[in-house]
Design a protein around this ligand. Structure first.
Ligand code: GLC
Length: 744
């Protein structure tokens, strides 16, 4: 059956031209009238109250300070939102404090970091992005949204849409990797998953595009560090996922901790007022990150929180998370004429708009339903969905001599490694209400699937991060008794995430030495790599007989991994991020520039190269194997040239030449050979994930238009330029067929 990929729709999504299937674009005049009325009745203190957000203690996600005045503030209506308060009962109790005591009775909106699941925990977002399966990613967010809503919470601080090209940065685990095109489509999928068809539904929550903006470009990959990039790189690489999130109807934004070109994002009017609210016509509201308003004092752009509040309010930051700057200074700032009441009204209007869209004024307790909570959270359907998404996120990196899949009748299997039977690490970071006790470990997953006659041996072998090798002998001993070894190594779950940058991204501790000792036994060893970021694994990549990138897959980790190991599911993941050869190679990403002296061979000298390491990553963006093999025909173009108003059809035949039915992610890249500014050597412009049965050939078609070729030209206008291009189609960014064409 021919598959034609509607690239025009994808292009529309990317350019924001698509019709807004959003809950925000409908200018609901009835809501606006109700807001007008409320604003006319509210005191200035009550308006400022809506702009304050404080944390409860269902989870600690920042430097929490005690706030004895919190209860009184709630009763006075001086707090508009709470984060980290979860559960139908808890949220009802807190809502009652406001609804039964405050004058205006404006409901609280409850927010929480549901980053990869609420209690049913899904793969970390970077891992889920490796599925390249937009439907699965949307479904995952839909389940997370349903469980969150059932637990009394209205709002998630997700999706995190920060493009990241530096694996030292711990928060790379929270996003969709290095590519703007893939990251943008995944951002849309996640927004739609969380927000569903209508924010008024009882199982939908409002999403939050974060962290605005360019947080992933922190110098040296050190969290919260300085970001200094050109306006062109900002717009070409970092802003697009935010733009498409607006077009998908995302209800809120969160700004980032970092400065951008000398101005902290929290007080950056260019980012918030000009680009987000004016150019993009964003109708929702912007919340600061935890304390980021007050942190402008540390940045050195504000003498005190009075000045910080002034900068933030006038830059368009609508809500203050946990810094007290608005609570303690905004009233005075208005009285001093520094912040106009019009600015306050605009911020409050945006906040009230989302509360109306959620239906909170109709029923402030609509999400407080213990019965629904019991039924929805961790349901069997949700767990099955998590297992499916987890399997799809696994990337097969090596499979020498088809070691994998393993027969479940294998006589003896040794399961080894510090991550082989660890529940807590499977959830990684940002675990919301996930309970490690619910996680299925690799050992448990393997035991659940082997035959009754199979003997399963287990040894931890070593710890994740210490120097002890005392347990190597036991591990080697059981490996020698086994027909096959499964070795689970990598990072601890808490080695990535916020404030977890690492200057050395090798596999920690003595784990690689353990692998060496096991390889020496001559037994076939399948290495399961578990990590929240790309790791520098040149030796392991060269020496592991079989290697699966398993990320941290959440609650269903062990079952999903066993499904792949025993061939119930043929791995189909592709890397959403490059794996550096060493930390010295960073930043390394596929869509780099050519430079004036590109390295074309290892003998070149006066070229852009290293003396001691290769230029190429160990594993490139878009790479991933299958248990089967696929062959690609040459590319067919509908024409060798296209006009500005034309589209160009690009097609390729893909044949399954192996022994297993399998899914392949066919990738389309485009290179603009000559531009008014330098252009990347290739850029992802389309992909299609499809099942191809053994012996079957499928035609995969892409259609590109000039909107796919547009970029910020020398004068920063966004358009395509006539000239020569190359189309690349293949199984990864470094394994493609190519064909030239001209844009007239
Ligand atoms: C944290 C994170 C942000 C999160 C917020 C609330 O500091 O930077 O991503 O949503 O605080 O927990």
């Amino acid at each position: 059956m021919k598959k034609i990929i509607p690239l025009l729709i994808l292009a529309a999504v990317m350019s924001g031209a698509c019709n807004k299937s959003t809950n925000l674009s409908e200018d609901d005049s009835a809501i606006e009238k109700k807001i007008d009325k409320l604003l006319s009745e509210m005191t200035l203190e009550e308006k400022i109250g809506q702009m304050n957000q404080y944390s409860g203690n269902s989870a600690i996600t920042g430097p929490l300070k005690a706030r004895p005045e919190q209860i009184e503030d709630l009763k006075k209506g001086w707090i508009g939102s709470m984060l980290n308060v979860v559960g139908a009962t808890n949220t009802r109790e807190m809502q009652k404090l406001v609804m039964e005591n405050s004058r205006m009775k404006i409901p609280l909106i409850f927010g929480f970091d549901v980053i990869h699941g609420y209690k049913t925990i899904f793969p970390i977002p970077l891992g889920e992005s490796a599925s390249w399966d937009l439907e699965a990613i949307e479904a995952s967010a839909r389940v997370a949204g349903s469980e969150t809503a059932a637990s009394g919470v209205h709002w998630t601080f997700a999706p995190m849409v920060d493009i990241a090209r530096d694996a030292r940065w711990g928060r790379i685990m929270e996003g969709a990797g290095e590519d703007t095109y893939l990251g943008s489509l995944i951002a849309v999928a996640r927004v739609k998953g969380f927000q569903g068809k209508d924010l008024k539904d009882n199982n939908t929550i409002v999403a939050c595009a974060k962290h605005f903006a360019a947080y992933g470009a922190a110098e040296a990959g050190r969290d919260y560090n300085t970001v200094d990039i050109s306006d062109r790189v900002l717009k070409e690489t970092y802003l697009k996922p935010f733009k498409v999130a607006v077009d998908a109807g995302v209800g809120t934004f969160m700004n980032s901790f970092n400065e951008l070109d000398g101005v902290p994002a929290t007080g950056n009017g260019y980012l918030v007022n000009s680009i987000l609210k004016k150019d993009w016509d964003f109708k929702g509201f912007v919340v600061s990150d935890w304390g980021s308003i007050g942190e402008m004092v540390n940045h050195g752009v504000a003498k005190d929180k009075y000045e910080a509040g002034n900068l933030a309010a006038n830059a368009g930051n609508d809500m203050d998370m946990e810094s007290n700057s608005y609570r303690d200074h905004l009233l005075q700032l208005v009285k001093d004429g520094k912040v106009s009441e019009k600015t306050i009204d605009e911020a409050v209007r945006r906040i009230l708009r989302i509360k109306f869209k959620l239906g909170l004024f109709d029923d402030p307790y609509k999400y407080c339903n213990e019965e629904l909570e019991k039924k929805e959270v961790m349901s069997e359907a949700n767990l099955n969905m998590a297992r499916d998404v987890s399997r799809k996120s696994i990337v097969l990196l090596k499979n020498n001599n088809q070691i994998l899949p393993i027969s479940s009748d294998v006589k003896t299997i040794a399961v080894i490694g510090p991550l082989a039977d660890s529940k807590k690490d499977m959830l990684c970071n940002w675990t919301a209400m996930g309970d490690p006790n619910d996680a299925v470990t690799v050992l448990e997953g393997i035991k659940a699937q082997v035959s009754a006659t199979t003997k399963v041996l287990y040894a931890k072998g070593c710890n994740i991060a210490d120097d002890s090798v005392t347990n190597f002998a036991q591990a080697v001993n059981i490996a020698k008794q086994a027909d096959i070894v499964i070795l689970a190594i990598g990072e601890a779950g808490n080695m990535s995430g916020e404030a977890h940058s690492r200057g050395n991204i090798n596999i920690p501790g003595r784990q690689e030495e353990l692998a060496k000792e096991l390889f020496k036994t001559g037994k076939p060893v399948v290495v399961l790599l578990m990590n929240g970021r790309p790791l520098t694994i040149p030796w392991l990549a060269a020496n592991a007989p079989a290697l699966l990138e398993c990320w941290f897959l959440g609650t269903q980790s062990g079952n999903a991994i066993a499904d792949v190991v025993f061939g119930k599911y043929n791995p189909s993941g592709k890397l959403p991020v490059s794996f550096p050869y060493s930390v010295g190679q960073i930043p390394v990403y596929y869509n780099h520039k050519n430079t004036g002296r590109p390295k074309l061979s290892d003998t070149d000298f006066y070229v852009s190269r290293f003396e001691d390491i290769p230029n190429e990553p160990v594993f490139p963006f878009g790479y991933g194997l299958s248990y089967t093999t696929f062959s690609y025909s040459d590319i067919t173009l509908s024409d060798t040239a296209m006009g500005m108003q034309d589209t160009l059809a690009i097609s390729v035949q893909v044949k399954n030449t192996g022994k297993f039915d399998g899914e392949e992610v066919v990738q389309l890249y485009i290179q603009d050979l000559v531009g008014s500014v330098t252009r990347p050597v290739k850029e992802l412009k389309g992909f299609k994930k499809l099942m191809i049965k053994v012996g079957e050939t499928q035609e995969v078609k892409f259609k590109i238009s000039t909107s796919d070729l547009a970029f910020y030209t020398k004068d920063m206008s966004f358009k395509a330029e006539p000239g020569d291009f190359k189309a690349y189609v293949g199984t990864s960014s470094s394994d493609c067929k190519e064909k030239r064409f001209t844009l007239k």
